[in-house]
Design a protein around this ligand. Sequence first.
Ligand SMILES: [Zn+2]
Length: 76
Amino acid sequence: MEPYACPSCRNKMRFHILDQQPVSVKLHPQTGELVGYIDESDMMAQPYRGEHRLVQCALCGLNGGEPLFVKAAQRM
Ligand SMILES: [Zn+2]
């Protein structure tokens, strides 16, 4: 772990951490039913590019990706 700081309220101690476990699915267009999973050979789909760890400040509620909080800590 690296130090975090909230860029909004400067909290450095209390955070909610959400580790993302992306599930790449194929859904039936009309029913929404799960019909399969995207595999690496699927040329139509791009891989997940979102944040792998989201952080919420437990004092002011600011949400963001982990880099936002790590960079704020480096600046303080
Ligand atoms: Zn905050």
